[in-house]
Design a protein around this ligand. Structure first.
Ligand code: ASP
Length: 352
């Protein structure tokens, strides 16, 4: 556990990227709904940003969006922007709506290889102009963390993270779990990378460090989005299962199973899984549980999936599994290669 003294923070330059989200929203007087507003009000509402011993530049997406409208094209623009400005900045803070923040952070973790600088996603549950907003704290902590360096001058957290309600979490481990509490995100299967109190306490041994600090950032922009998600539930019908598993537009299916990776043992269900697998589809097993991992050797209902060619997704979140599939499938048309890479821990997204 490392506690940094703020005074020792080396002068850093940060790029603050605004994509939209509640943090910058205002109430529309006509229909009283929250709509994205402009970036200037965020900067005006947090004058403390000017007190940091670092340079903060900003970049606003146009249009700014509610993150429910986020698409893979946003991730591509974001990754490209970070790639093109990479050498100019020591860290990046991405202001993003909370609804799909875990998807975007997961995607960026795979799209940016050899990361040596922090990319910190944050946002808020209440707009920045509201007196009890959580946006100010979240933004200030994110900027401070993005600027932190170790005594050798390397970034303290060279990872894609989500910083929310005083917790710094690995981006591809997080899920939005609450729509109105300030603690909106959880990283159930991996401890926080840092916690902010009077000091920011870093769990240094958990933070991933690059093998070569001088290796250039790798940009993986290609994404193949032909992925469906099948959430198993009591009463699910053969027709629904078939439509999702065997759809011709689908190259991969994430199967959200029960508990430690179990699914119905009914013949029609397993026959459909086998048919999809035999036709070459990539089938990935993750659990519906918020915590814990898939183990297809534990119950015969899980073993049947394994025997049908279903890949173990371990303790992956749905968001991370989706982003990993988009990323790997974007790299290759070879489903065998994708299957083998799925089982690897690429960016700290699974525990093996
Ligand atoms: N709907 C908003 C969004 O995700 C919610 C938020 O930012 O908290 O953009």
């Amino acid at each position: 556990m490392i506690i940094r003294d703020k005074k020792k923070t080396a002068k850093a330059s940060i790029l603050l990227i605004y994509t939209g989200g509640t943090i910058g929203m205002m109430q529309d007087p006509d229909d009283l709904t929250l709509k994205p507003f402009d970036f200037r009000q965020i900067l005006d509402a947090v004058p403390e940003l000017g007190k940091f011993a670092c340079r903060i530049d900003s970049y606003s997406f146009d249009p700014i969006i509610d993150s429910s409208d986020a698409e893979p094209s946003l991730w591509q623009k974001l990754a490209y922007l970070i790639h093109t400005r990479y050498r100019r900045y020591d860290g990046f803070v991405v202001l993003h709506g909370t609804d799909t923040m875990a998807y975007s952070a997961s995607a960026l973790s795979f799209m940016l290889g050899n990361l040596t600088k922090p990319v910190i996603f944050t946002g808020s549950q209440l707009p920045i102009g509201v007196p009890r907003t959580d946006g100010r704290e979240n933004l200030i902590s994110s900027v401070e963390i993005a600027a932190e360096k170790d005594p050798e001058g390397h970034a303290l957290v060279p990872e894609v993270c989500i910083c929310f309600d005083n917790m710094l979490m690995r981006g591809n481990r997080t899920t939005k779990v609450n729509s109105d509490n300030f603690r909106a995100f959880r990283s159930e299967n991996f401890p926080p990378l840092a916690e902010a109190g009077i000091y920011i306490r870093y769990n240094d041994s958990l933070i991933r460090k690059p093998s070569d600090w001088d290796a250039p950032l790798q940009l993986y922009q290609e994404l193949d989005t032909r992925v469906s998600i099948l959430k198993i539930h009591p009463g699910i019908t053969p027709r629904v299962v078939r439509n999702i598993l065997c759809g011709d537009q689908t190259r991969a299916v994430i199967i959200e199973t029960y508990g430690s990776g179990n699914a119905p043992s009914k013949k029609w269900f397993l026959d459909t899984v086998r048919e999809a697998s035999a036709s070459g589809k990539i089938l990935l097993n993750i659990t519906q549980c918020l915590g814990g991992s898939v183990n297809m050797d534990l119950y015969s209902t899980g073993k049947a999936l394994k025997d049908a060619g279903v890949i173990n997704g371990y303790d992956s979140t749905t968001e991370s599994a989706l982003a990993k599939l988009f990323h790997l499938m974007g790299q290759s048309e070879d489903n065998g290669w994708v299957r083998s890479k799925l089982e690897e821990n690429l960016r700290g997204e699974i525990t093996k």
